[in-house]
Write a protein that binds this ligand. Structure first.
Ligand SMILES: Cc1cc2nc3c(=O)[nH]c(=O)nc-3n(C[C@H](O)[C@H](O)[C@H](O)COP(=O)(O)OP(=O)(O)OC[C@H]3O[C@@H](n4cnc5c(N)ncnc54)[C@H](O)[C@@H]3O)c2cc1C
Length: 385
């Protein structure tokens, strides 16, 4: 019989196991369908894992803000960096905001391996069924049956099914009477409606933009892709977009009216954009590329749209390309101090399986790690540890 059985050896499950490992008296097991631990960590951030961000707040997440704030405050970005430093990992900061491993994601995976050397891993086992009687939880896998006093669901979302991602976590939650929001793809590229097909011509080009979506302003690069639009700004916008238009500002550092004022140069050369993008934008806005001082009133009006281009996606690139799944176990059913179920004592949900999803930029690992630690500390306190 395990004291704690963690379902899922991803970011949140590993952090939970690492924190529990500081208490020698607790017998911990971890089950995962993958042959190796931390499969998503391994491929994340282009193989270098964007661990966290210089600015982390509940505002960077889709979810119940006070719940998110409660969890993040208990294991902050500073706590995470302290943990990494103490274990010999000195992350590098990219673009002044993203913390990455220096060489590869293996740096962080190997920390978890080392810290959990006394944890019993059951890898290559698919979870089939969970049940509970007055004594314990019973977990059936494709190979065996395990019993545990505490059960931590850390099975993540459903994006990247090739890495054995499944929705077993929300199935278990439902079984125990929890409310869930079904998963939908997020941090994902967006496909185009007919009026935006002009963007297809720009495949491969990127530009720094500011996107306004559902009251949020997101500043990062967008990338024109063959199937639609992508890049960090679009991926984060996909998290918040519900319906209607989002607005793209293609000149976030400038005022279009000041750029063109009294200029005799052609518009395409005063816009601070790549030639291909400015030409395509002008065409899409029905503005002839001519000297700025020769613009008609209507063209001047159309030009304003460069700073507030309305965009409503046709759809998205789907779960195969989505970095995360939006939705999951509703946090209303969990305690913000412990991640424990309000319905079932000893049952916990951590990481992406909860309906908390972060923007692009290390926020999802921060959530996985913070919720993993919060859960482990609660269990430790129950063992007077
Ligand atoms: C390509 C890609 C790049 C990403 N890059 C970043 C990044 O740089 N920064 C960032 O913050 N976030 C990134 N993310 C998101 C991040 O990886 C996840 O949010 C995070 O891993 C969630 O942690 P988790 O522990 O909740 O779930 P996961 O890490 O997904 O772990 C869940 C585990 O449960 C196991 N599991 C699920 N179902 C079953 C089952 N039925 N039987 C047995 N085992 C099962 C899975 O095998 C998996 O190992 C990226 C995601 C992807 C797909």
């Amino acid at each position: 019989m395990y004291d704690v059985l963690i379902l899922g050896a991803g970011a949140s499950g590993l952090m939970c196991a690492a924190e529990l490992s500081t208490c020698k008296g607790i017998k911990v097991g971890v089950i995962d369908a993958n042959a190796n631990v931390g499969a998503k960590i391994k491929i994340s951030g282009g193989g270098k894992c964007n661990i966290t961000n210089t600015q982390v707040s509940e505002k960077n997440y889709l979810g119940d803000e006070s719940f998110v704030a409660s969890v993040l405050s208990r294991f902050t970005k500073e706590d995470l960096l302290g943990f990494l430093h103490a274990n010999g990992l000195k992350p590098v900061i990219r673009k002044n905001r993203y913390y990455f491993c220096q060489i590869s994601s293996d740096e962080i995976i190997s920390i978890f391996r080392r810290l959990t050397k006394n944890t019993k891993y059951h890898l290559g086992e698919t979870l089939l069924d969970v049940s509970q009687n007055i004594e314990c939880f019973t977990v059936k896998t494709s190979r065996a049956e395990y019993r545990a006093k505490n059960l931590v669901i850390a099975t993540g979302g459903v994006s990247y099914k090739t890495l054995n991602a499944t929705d077993i976590g929300i199935q278990i939650a439902k079984q125990f009477g929890h409310e869930v929001t079904e998963f939908t793809p997020a941090l994902v590229g967006l496909t185009l409606q007919k009026d935006q097909f002009w963007m297809k011509e720009l495949s491969g080009i990127s530009a720094e933009v500011e996107i306004e979506v559902e009251g949020k302003k997101l500043r990062e690069e967008m990338l024109f892709a063959h199937r639609g639009i992508s890049g960090p700004a679009i991926l984060s916008a996909s998290l918040y977009w519900k319906k209607g238009n989002m607005f793209i500002n293609f000149l976030p550092d400038h005022d279009i009216n000041i750029l063109i004022k009294n200029s005799k140069k052609n518009i395409s050369s005063v816009l601070n954009l790549s030639k291909r993008l400015s030409k395509a934008l002008l065409e899409a806005l029905h503005v002839e590329d001519k000297p700025c001082n020769k613009l008609t009133r209507e063209e001047l009006q159309n030009l304003q749209v460069i700073q507030k281009y309305p965009f409503a996606p046709a759809g998205n690139f789907g779960f195969t390309k989505a970095e995360v799944s939006r939705g999951g176990v509703k946090t209303e059913g969990l305690h913000g101090k412990s991640m424990m179920s309000k319905k079932v004592d000893g049952l916990y949900f951590i990481g992406e399986v909860t309906n908390v999803t972060g923007e692009l930029g290390g926020y999802n690992f921060q959530w996985a790690f913070s919720s993993g630690v919060v859960c482990a500390r609660e269990i430790k306190s129950r063992y007077n540890c």
